[in-house]
Ligand binder design. Structure first.
Ligand SMILES: Nc1ncnc2c1ncn2[C@@H]1O[C@H](COP(=O)(O)OP(=O)(O)OP(=O)(O)O)[C@@H](O)[C@H]1O
Ligand SMILES: [Mg+2]
Length: 317
């Protein structure tokens, strides 16, 4: 594969949430600090949201690896659980034995949490992909958030999920749960080209790169635009671009290679497709310069439609 060709010890842009590769953008740093503070100070319920592929699972894994032995963590990442399955998971992960019914489990769990809390030990329940949890399970989570001493929550609960999680938590039937959220934070995509550049460089270095200029400045600029700063998209573009460039014997990835990959993966920047970020394909009004309009007019309506997608720069006026 291309790793050897580029002097890398491993593939730098895998799609797995490997915490060894973590790069702290200001947003990732802020979320990490919030998680740390919330868990340390017994805040109770913490909610972290972020677009698909922004690094939620990566951050959780990074944090879990660094919690010391005084913290017991139960990590659940399959949100499609029934209430019974949910409790089975919680009991197993928090090492609660000797229970048959839900009330027995809650009693035992209460004792275990109380005992840990009194010895200065912390207990954390983390649920990833929480946007997929059913109302029933979320109601049980509310019950679990009631374990508390006079001064602190005995069970710290972290819910992470895609932005839809906010809609879920805004549902009227879940308003009691919403009121218990002590901390909320949002993971944001890379905000600009510079941060995207640093992200790419950081991953290359972790993969053992001796050269960090494997991507030309033009390539990085276009990666930022196509990926909208989302790490998983950046990884996809970079991995495929390195493979393509390697096949062509090129030692540096050029902007045109990124353009080619973006086209193949249907990841062209929305502005190049005549869209604003977040807008749908159909029915979008496009704005052309006077010269562009004249050209399209001359080409006729059918051709104009076809042409419109390929007009390289749509200028506003
Ligand atoms: N801060 C970061 N530093 C390094 N790599 C990152 C970072 N954030 C995300 N990634 C990389 O981006 C990819 C997607 O990350 P991850 O799976 O954590 O996203 P997610 O927000 O959990 O996505 P989903 O919403 O689909 O669950 C992974 O390959 C991960 O390594
Ligand atoms: Mg995830």
């Amino acid at each position: 594969m291309y790793a050897e060709f580029y002097g890398l010890q491993e593939l730098p842009f895998a799609l797995t949430p490997d915490p060894r590769f973590i790069y702290f953008t200001p947003s990732h740093t802020e979320v990490m600090a919030n998680l740390h503070y919330g868990i340390e100070s017994g805040k109770g319920l913490i909610v972290v949201t972020g677009e698909v592929g922004t690094g939620k699972t990566t951050i959780l894994r990074w944090m879990m690896q660094r919690l010391d032995r005084t913290v017991l963590v139960a990590y659940i990442f399959n949100p499609r659980l029934s209430v019974t399955e949910f409790y089975q998971h919680v009991a197993t992960l928090l090492d609660v034995q000797q229970w048959q019914t839900k009330s027995e489990l809650l009693l035992e769990l209460g004792r275990a949490l109380e005992s840990r809390h009194s010895r200065g030990l912390r207990t954390v329940l983390i649920i990833d992909e929480a946007q997929g949890l059913s109302s029933q399970v979320l109601e049980e989570i509310r019950l679990l958030s009631n374990f508390e001493s006079d001064t602190a929550k005995q069970l710290q609960i972290v819910l992470t999920g895609q932005p839809e999680l906010r809609d879920v938590l805004n549902r009227t039937d879940l308003r009691q749960l919403k009121q218990r959220i002590a901390l909320r934070c949002v993971i944001k995509p890379m905000p600009n080209v510079e941060e995207t550049d640093r992200y790419i460089t950081s991953r290359l270095l972790v993969a053992g790169a001796r050269r960090t200029d494997l991507f030309s400045p033009g390539a990085i600029d276009y990666i930022f635009r196509c990926s909208e700063g989302i790490p998983r998209n950046i990884n996809n573009l970079c991995d495929n671009a390195l493979l393509t460039s390697y096949a062509a014997g090129e030692t540096t990835v050029s902007r045109s290679t990124i353009e080619e990959i973006a086209e193949t993966f249907d990841m062209l920047p929305s502005v190049d497709r005549g869209l604003q970020p977040g807008e749908e394909h159909a029915g979008v009004a496009r704005i052309f310069s006077a010269a562009g309009r004249a050209e399209l007019w001359a080409a006729g309506t059918g051709a104009a439609e076809a042409e419109a997608d390929t007009v390289p720069q749509l200028e506003t006026f």
